[in-house]
Every structure is written in structure tokens, then in C-alpha cells.
Design a protein around this ligand. Sequence first.
Ligand code: ZN
Length: 140
Amino acid sequence: MAILKIEHLGIAVNDASAAKKVFEQLLGKPSFKEELVESESVNTIFYELGESKLELLEATDESSAIAKYLGKNRPGIHHMAVLVDDIYAEVKRLQELGFHFINPEPKQGADNKLIVFIHPKSAGGILLELCQEINGKLLG
Ligand code: ZN
């Protein structure tokens, strides 16, 4: 088991269509995926950036964690996501070391991933997402 790379940076935005315009000009290419995650009340827009991605996050209602975040913070980097090859093993390993998770039970996120979040207090002030590609074995 291992943490493999920075999978994406999550960027909280107030207005996805305005942010999309900015990032398409900035990166010189269109997004490759837009996905509504209804369980989290977020709209996501993804850009490929070499080995990593940018994930724009727009709240779809006030219950969204992104709406709460933007109530207290400016738009900008919201979290960093690292790709792992065995999310359950990494959660166990890090819990045994005393890391505090926001949701220790992996759940389905955007872009076909299982995700968990480590609390910023446990991760140098960074909201850290662990993510793993969903495959048939995990879903079965
Ligand atoms: Zn993310």
C-alpha cells in the first residue's frame, strides 16, 4: 500500500461558469469532465494538468461543505487529494498513527473515486483527501 501522487487540487469557486472561463484560458484547454455530486451538493469541473488534475467545486445549495467554506473563506484552494492504491489500508494505517478523519468510512466522490478526508488539524493545516479509483472488486 502506498500514497502514489497528488491526484488533484480542489478549488472552491462561487460561480462555476465564470471560473470555467478563467481556467480554460489559463490552462489553454477545456475541462474533460463535469459532474454533479448530489450527495455532497457540489458541481465539479475537472482539468487535466500533467500527472494531476484541478477540480473546481461549486456549491449547489447552502447545505454543501463548499457553501460553508465560502461563507468563511475566499474562493481558492480548498483541499489537496492524494491517490492511494488501497484506501482502506491507508485509513487503518493513519488512524493507528493518530490521524483524525472527517469521514473514516470511504464514500463515493466525483470522477469515479472512493474518498475520505483527513482533518486539517492532523495534516499540517491542509484538508487532505485520500482517493482511490473505483473498480469492480470494490463495488462488488
Ligand atoms: Zn477532491
